[in-house]
Design a protein around this ligand. Structure first.
Ligand SMILES: Nc1nc2c(ncn2[C@@H]2O[C@H](COP(=O)(O)OP(=O)(O)OP(=O)(O)O)[C@@H](O)[C@H]2O)c(=O)[nH]1
Length: 599
């Protein structure tokens, strides 16, 4: 914000130079003073110095010169000079890795943005401040705090600015930097003024004035004085305001700053009116208006005429007051109309350009968003597709596995079942006589062995097991007479007869071609002999088919009782039965013979 609020600096550098030489101001302060009082001259001088010896300057010296160049450029809105300063600072920062140079460039850009009400100056300021956060360099420390104070003040964030401005003043105080304290104090006063906190603004201005005065920065004293007089006027301290206005006027007249001097005289006229001296006030305003007309200061004239109209109204001079008011309206209308027209045209152009930019940006954003949405949708579709593919593969594979497993299980089941059946069948076949369907020799032997094993250890009183061995008499004759198949049929008929007659008492087995065995577990010798006789009689009475060529068939039976002594195992038992059966044969066949061994 600086102190440049109070009007232009026309020809101010003349006074500044005079003050520099007269007041013993340091070289550094003199240059800083010129950024306010002689910015154009300073810019030219610095550019010339930089062109001649810029590359040869030490980093810190070069940085300070560029800072001054940039500050002066911001004060007069010299875009080219500002660009040069920031570009060179950036280049210096890149070359020397000096964050202070980069920060200076950022501070200058921020001030320009804020002054031109463009972009986000605060954000730029904060970014630059971050580069030198924690710096111990006193110059940079003061600059850091002051630029933050100034940035917030210019951005009209007054409450945020207050502590920063106070901190800047405190920092400058530790360095006994009067210029810094003056600048920061003036900013603090302005901030308080905007907040209508005049009681706090006044001491801030007074202190700032004192600091500027201490280094002989007279023009700054006047400019701060103008701010102070406004604060006095707001709080009714008219005499103090009047005194300051007179002091300003003297400076402005000495410096030849015509418009500033006219403004100060108008202020003085208002102070006279406030102090109850309307005649003096009106006379002064008449002179101010006339001088402004003479100097063709059309921009200031309406303000002066309006001030005069107010004073005329206070005096009851309504006719001239009305005429002045009309003049103000006409002037403002003309000026405003012209200004508005150009302003409107400028705004319209800016608006159209901005609108176009915004539309393009919006379109670009929309396109970006659509592009992103499209990409996201494509990615999602691809992901889902892959997922579905994986899923369906998994499902297909799963189904295939299930089907395959089910088939395998079914096949296995069927295989096992058939194997089981086959095994059962084989087992049955292995134990059955295929011709007659009764147990074969193997089954008979197994059954007999099991029986003997079960019987082992039984008391002697238990009924004895009886074994019968049966041989068909002259069977060869049937085969020879009727043929083998008819012989088979006769064997089947004999078997049925034996089974029928044996009932549940004896187990019939075919143990050879025309040999049978009947095992009677625990039936006892007597019952065994009876059963043997029954079997013989049964077979002898069997009706044979005519194809057998014989009407009857007989059997010879040898009976042996298992006594556990002479017949102590199966083979001895069978041998005994066999011998009995041969005995039956030798005695004429068709008879039952009990084993001599067992009887
Ligand atoms: N049809 C038929 N004949 C058989 C079978 N097994 C053995 N034979 C016959 O049975 C006959 C047995 O004859 P032999 O041992 O001489 O005795 P036999 O004629 O019965 O006379 P004896 O025993 O002395 O009363 C033979 O002719 C065998 O061929 C068979 O499964 N089917």
């Amino acid at each position: 914000m600086g102190v440049s609020m109070q009007g232009s600096m026309i020809a101010g550098w003349m006074l500044a130079v005079a003050l520099v030489h007269g007041g013993g101001m340091s070289v550094r302060d003199a240059q800083r003073y010129r950024t306010e009082t002689d910015p154009h001259g300073l810019i030219t001088e610095l550019q010339s110095q930089l062109d001649q010896s810029g590359q040869g300057l030490a980093g810190a010296v070069l940085r300070e010169k560029l800072w001054l160049l940039g500050t002066a450029a911001v004060n007069v809105n010299d875009v080219a000079a500002l660009h040069e300063a920031t570009t060179r600072l950036d280049e210096l920062a890149g070359r020397t890795h000096d964050p202070a140079a980069a920060a200076d460039a950022g501070f200058l850009r921020s001030r320009q943005l804020i002054a031109a009400s463009q972009g986000d100056g605060i954000s730029e300021e904060l970014q630059a401040a971050a580069l030198v956060q924690g710096t111990t360099d006193p110059v940079m420390l003061g600059r850091l705090h002051y630029t933050l104070c100034d940035a917030y003040a210019m951005s009209e964030e007054f409450t945020k600015a207050i502590p920063l401005c106070r901190r800047a003043i405190a920092t400058y105080r530790t360095q006994a930097d009067a210029w810094g304290m003056g600048n920061a104090g003036n900013d603090l006063g302005i901030v308080y003024t905007h907040l209508h906190r005049y009681d706090e603004a006044i001491p801030a201005y007074l202190e700032a004035r004192r600091q500027f005065a201490s280094i002989g920065a007279g023009q700054m004293v006047v400019l701060v004085g103008d701010n102070l007089s406004q604060a006095y006027r707001k709080t009714g301290r008219v005499r103090e305001a009047l005194a300051l206005s007179h002091a300003s006027l003297a400076q402005e007249q000495a410096a030849g700053r015509v418009s500033d001097a006219l403004s100060s005289r108008a202020d003085i006229a208002l102070d006279y009116a406030a102090l109850g001296q309307p005649g003096k006030a009106l006379a002064l305003m008449d002179a101010v208006v006339a001088d402004a007309r003479d100097a063709h200061l059309q921009g200031l004239l309406p303000d002066f005429v309006r001030t005069r109209s107010e004073i005329e109204q206070q005096q009851g001079k309504l006719r001239p007051a009305l005429a002045d008011a009309r003049e103000v309206i006409t002037a403002l209308n003309q000026r405003n109309a012209a200004v508005l027209r150009s302003e409107e045209a400028r705004l319209a152009a800016r608006y159209a350009t901005r609108e176009k930019e915004l539309q393009i940006l919006a379109l670009q954003r929309q396109n970006q968003v659509k592009d992103l949405q499209l990409k996201a949708a494509q990615a999602e579709a691809a992901r889902r597709g892959e997922e579905q593919q994986r899923q369906s593969l998994r499902i297909m594979f799963g189904r295939g596995v299930v089907v395959a497993l089910s088939l395998m299980a079914l096949l296995l089941y069927l295989l096992l079942r058939s194997q089981h059946r086959h095994a059962v069948e084989l087992r049955a076949q292995a134990l059955r006589d295929p011709l007659t369907g009764v147990e074969n020799r193997r089954a008979f032997q197994q059954r007999a062995m099991d029986l003997l094993a079960e019987s082992r250890g039984f008391p002697a009183s238990t009924s004895a097991h009886v074994l019968m061995l049966i041989d068909v008499d002259h069977f060869k004759r049937i085969n020879d007479g009727a043929g083998h198949p008819q012989g088979d049929e006769v064997l089947r008929i004999i078997t049925d007869g034996l089974r029928r007659a044996a009932g549940d008492v004896g187990h019939v087995a075919r143990i050879g071609g025309e040999e049978f065995a009947v095992l009677c577990p625990g039936c006892g010798a007597m019952a065994g002999m009876r059963l043997a006789e029954t079997l013989r009689a049964e077979v002898a009475t069997l009706a044979l088919p005519p194809e057998a060529k014989v009407s009857t068939v007989t059997i010879s039976i040898g009976v042996a009782v298992f006594d556990g002594a002479r017949c102590h195992d199966l083979s001895s038992w069978m041998r005994a039965a066999d011998m009995a059966m041969y005995e039956a044969k030798s005695h004429g066949r068709n008879r039952v013979v009990a084993s001599a061994l067992a009887t």
